[in-house]
Design a protein around this ligand. Structure first.
Ligand SMILES: NC(=O)c1ccc[n+]([C@@H]2O[C@H](COP(=O)([O-])OP(=O)(O)OC[C@H]3O[C@@H](n4cnc5c(N)ncnc54)[C@H](O)[C@@H]3O)[C@@H](O)[C@H]2O)c1
Length: 398
């Protein structure tokens, strides 16, 4: 049974608490650390938490606690992780792990040296749709994965610190791109090295020093391409979509808007609809079970089961570090306007993976290009002669 110290009582701390304590499990939050007494007490009352404190270390060191969950602004993750190492407490941390790869690497090294359990709370690779899609990909339903695109765009974050470059460490690339990069890795294969990034970023709308809109391409060692599309300027809610293309198939996932649940209301009850929804009247796109559809339930199930069974969870600090390294390259590229290498001083996946071949053998003399049945009933085969390089057609009457 988990006895958790929750650090942070804000937006994500409450989503996590709803998920952890929402399903009649025995897992409990036993201590809450928050900056302000009022919010610590309110969280403690709302979630029946026995202990609240304004001292982070006191919460971590609490002898009842067997795992610490970090739900603090990005600039406080490292301090919290170091305290978990000092007190040898298992730690799970929200995304992004660090504000950059150097910070993430220090956290990774520290938890590994301390020998403590570490989990990276990347909820969007635990959504039921993603898990099913990933299973299909891993079973080969899509063939060789060529392109994995993920988009997260919304009208901007809900707290002041996100907008401050120093505290947040970046704009929408870091805040939302971290999800998208891990989603692409999840489809392409986490053992395949991300090697280079090309990224456009700009500040188009908000009065901030960071970027509020960006599009990036992440090249992998096997020739697959990841793509992220992120924005804090999108109007219309929270747009979460993945597109995966393989040699044998395609997956399109829409996780939040237009998921098949559409509702019209004049706005009479004007209730909460879903995260970052911009309206509660007119035609709306509600989300059936937000905690589940955002992956929180499956994420904590994996984290807690892994802890109890003494195995690593599916997402660890190492994954958080890789994501930060990819995003560092994206920031560099957005300035240099060049493909920038992903600097991974610690790579634990496969090495020396060549680009997959695009040559499919048809017979001894030909490569296969494509086959199509036409509207006039003929089956056409397009082949390439290996020796001459010429393309030929073979028509097979049906
Ligand atoms: N889907 C997700 O995984 C997801 C979604 C939202 C946020 N997050 C992450 O969760 C973390 C927290 O974000 P949030 O949305 O909950 O923010 P928030 O502002 O809603 O809450 C932050 C919490 O930290 C506390 N806090 C703020 N500044 C502090 C300070 N200087 N010292 C001590 N405590 C301070 C606040 O009181 C609050 O309890 C961030 O790292 C963010 O990227 C993850």
């Amino acid at each position: 049974m988990m006895k958790i110290a929750m650090l942070g009582s804000g937006f994500i701390g409450r989503f996590y608490a709803d998920s952890i304590q929402g399903n009649r499990s025995g897992d409990k939050i036993v201590s809450i650390y928050s900056r302000r007494e009022e919010s610590a007490k309110k969280f403690a009352a709302d979630y029946a938490v026995a202990h609240w404190t304004l001292n982070m270390e006191e919460s971590i060191a609490n002898p009842d606690v067997n795992m610490v969950c970090i739900a603090l602004p990005n600039n406080l993750h490292e301090e919290a992780v170091m305290l978990c190492c000092k007190h040898k407490k298992a730690v799970i941390t929200t995304k992004p792990l660090g504000r950059n790869a150097a910070e993430a690497k220090r956290m990774l090294d520290a938890v590994e040296q301390a020998g403590i359990f570490n989990g990276y709370l990347e909820d969007l690779v635990y959504t039921p749709k993603f898990l099913k899609a990933q299973e299909s990909v891993q079973k080969g339903s899509l063939g060789r994965i060529l392109w994995a695109k993920s988009r997260e765009t919304h009208p901007g974050p809900h707290s002041n610190w996100f907008w401050d470059l120093e505290q947040a460490g970046g704009g929408c690339i870091l805040d939302l791109g971290c999800h998208c990069v891990e989603i692409s890795r999840g489809y392409i294969g986490k053992d395949i090295k991300p090697v280079e990034v090309m990224c456009w970023a700009d500040t188009q709308v908000k009065p901030i020093d960071a970027e509020d809109h960006a599009i990036g391409l992440v090249k992998f060692e096997n020739g697959a391409i990841g793509q992220f599309e992120v924005s804090w300027t999108f109007r219309g809610g929270l747009d979460l979509r993945d597109e995966v293309m393989g040699t044998e198939g395609t997956i399109w996932i829409n996780s939040f808007l237009r998921t098949g649940f559409e509702m019209f209301t004049s706005g009479k009850s004007a209730d909460y609809l879903a995260e970052k929804a911009e309206s509660n009247s007119g035609w709306l796109f509600p989300v059936g079970d937000e905690l589940n559809e955002l992956g929180y339930n499956h994420m904590f199930l994996d984290m807690f089961s892994a802890f109890e069974k003494g195995r690593a969870p599916k997402e660890t600090f190492y994954d958080g570090y890789v994501v930060n390294a990819v995003l560092d390259a994206a920031y560099k590229s957005s300035k240099s306007k060049l493909w920038e290498p992903v600097q991974l001083e610690d790579w634990r996946g496969r090495t020396g993976v060549g680009k997959d071949s695009h040559l499919t053998e048809y017979d001894a003399d030909h490569y296969f290009v494509k086959e199509e049945v036409t509207h006039y009933g003929a089956k056409k085969l397009i082949l390439k002669n290996k020796a001459s390089g010429k393309f030929i057609e073979k028509v097979v009457e049906e």
